[in-house]
Design a protein around this ligand. Structure first.
Ligand code: ADP
Length: 497
């Protein structure tokens, strides 16, 4: 069947690249996998256009072959480019990489899935466009894939999924859909106005496997007149609650627009050093090693940052309020950096797409990797601290280091815990696996859910969402059947068959 499928795709889609064998195995795997779960995907298809995608989907239906669409496949920490199930053909959209529109007055873009953060950033720079892009910690992936997986950045536009405005999607049966105002032929409103008459469908295609997104509209941040970052080193592990509550008050006062972040010292240490420099493997870092590390790298136990954007008066007020907020947190040292329009861009507080975030993979040595746990917590210092201490103690008991960041959103905290490990140490991989499953169960017991999960853990994380004896799962299965009747798309995505 696979042979027949590949032959008919090759015959009907002249321009498609087909990869198989070693080239496919090497490229479409999860470089951060804990275990070799199964054979690599049998083939990958790299189309150039929506029409080609539609032909491929029709052929997949005819031959009963499943497809795993990816944009650039850089979803590191959550499964990379690898399909969830054996035998699935990768549909790699990286060659569909046109930036179709960048609109300055209304601050939006329309991109194809293969457009990377670097591509879009370069376009804005090259043309001197006064628009800022929010980028994730690891900026080499695609704008579309990251937003569709609910990736985050650190700017007022850092909730990437929330900036989506209008999608073009090929459904599992080959139908072509434009969401929102895109459904109204000839409308210029597709990337401007999110709410058509009736239900909004964009959300259906986030983390879902219900369709293949071939165009994505995204709101960008208009360049502000000024910006500032207020960064704080917080000495004591016990001050987390105070820091979170201070930042929450600041956010509620409406003077900061971005999502302030508080991160444990190891998140920074892992970007700039390796574990072996500070202590022997297989045991938690001693208090002495922790002190030495923090002194050498100039880190608080927690390190917080909030950024302010807008007219200079607004920025001044935001900085003053942020300094005041941190002044109430014991053992806190504050540093402010400012930028004004006209000054070198490098000093502006905007994201630069770089591979910097990847540096922490070396923490555990040359075979280092990480998997990430992203959990939504209440916006409360006390609750976040209780959870942080539980997770860090669970990890310490398993001789794992605690790398965690707390992003304060409007009504909740997104807590990302990175579990860094050595892929060459199979005992450690077993431990990491067990800890991850335990943390999923524990989060559910506390009423918290994962908001993103590596492929291996998706089904377990999804199982916790079981109100009404699994009503949400059943409704999703019904949607899946309606939109992808032969289940040719993304099998195993988010625990759906
Ligand atoms: P990135 O390269 O931006 O980090 P990926 O291409 O790895 O992201 O995508 C992450 C996941 O999101 C994929 O495994 C897939 O499930 C989903 N995804 C990405 N792009 C698309 C798309 N264009 N259509 C449908 N699903 C997608």
């Amino acid at each position: 069947l696979l042979e027949r499928f590949l032959e008919s795709v090759a015959a009907r889609v002249g321009d498609v690249e087909i990869l198989s064998g070693a080239a496919c195995a090497q490229r479409y795997r999860d470089p951060f996998q804990l275990f070799v779960d199964g054979p690599p995907p049998p083939a990958a298809l790299r189309p150039r256009s929506v029409d080609e995608v539609r032909v491929i989907v029709r052929e997949a239906n005819a031959c009963g072959v499943a497809l795993w669409p990816i944009s650039r496949g850089e979803n590191l920490g959550y499964g990379g480019a690898a399909p969830a199930e054996e035998g699935t053909v990768v549909l790699d959209l990286a060659r569909m990489n046109r930036i179709l529109e960048v609109n300055v007055p209304d601050a939006f873009c329309l991109v194809e899935p293969g457009v990377s953060f670097i591509d879009l950033f370069d376009r804005l720079e090259r043309d001197g466009l006064p628009l800022w892009l929010s980028v994730p910690g690891y900026g080499l992936g695609s704008v579309a894939g990251n937003a569709l997986e609910r990736g985050v950045g650190n700017s007022p536009y850092g909730d990437h999924a929330a900036q989506i405005c209008g999608l073009e999607v090929v459904l599992g049966d080959g139908e072509l859909l434009r969401t929102g105002m895109g459904a109204l032929p000839g409308s210029g409103m597709w990337q401007r106005h999110r709410s058509p008459l009736g239900p909004r469908l964009d959300e259906l295609f986030l983390q879902s496997g219900y369709g293949i997104v071939t165009k994505l509209g995204l709101w960008l941040m208009p360049e502000p007149e000024a910006s500032a970052a207020v960064e704080a080193e917080i000495e004591s592990r016990e001050s987390l609650a105070g820091a979170i509550d201070a930042l929450t008050r600041l956010k509620r006062a409406g003077v900061v627009q971005d999502s302030p972040v508080v991160a444990s010292y190891l998140t920074q240490a892992a970007l700039h050093s390796t574990r072996a420099e500070w202590g022997p493997p297989g045991a938690a870092l001693s208090g002495e090693a922790e002190g030495r590390l923090r002194a050498a790298l100039g880190l608080g136990w927690w390190n917080a940052r909030v950024r302010v954007y807008g007219p200079p008066e607004v920025v001044d007020l935001g900085v003053a309020r942020a300094e005041h907020a941190f002044a109430g947190v014991p053992g806190c040292t504050v540093r402010v950096s400012r930028w004004r329009a006209g000054e070198p861009m490098a000093r502006a507080h905007r994201g630069l797409p770089t591979a910097e975030g990847l540096a922490n993979r070396n923490w555990c040595g040359p075979h280092g990797a990480h998997i990430d746990l992203a959990v939504g917590l209440p916006l409360s210092g006390a609750e976040a601290t209780r959870y942080a201490f539980f997770v860090s103690e669970t990890m310490a008991a398993a001789d794992l280091d605690y790398h965690a960041a707390f992003y304060l959103r409007d009504r909740h905290i997104l807590n990302v815990v990175q579990i860094l490990f050595d892929q060459a140490d199979s005992a450690m991989c077993q431990v990491v696996d067990a800890v991850y499953f335990r943390l999923i169960e524990d989060a559910a017991r506390r009423g918290f859910g994962l908001h993103r999960a590596p492929t291996r853990y998706r089904a377990a994380a999804m199982a916790a969402y079981d109100f009404g004896d699994g009503a949400m799962r059943r409704v999703r299965e019904r949607l899946k059947r309606a939109l992808d009747p032969n289940a040719v798309l993304s099998p195993g995505k988010d625990g759906l068959g």
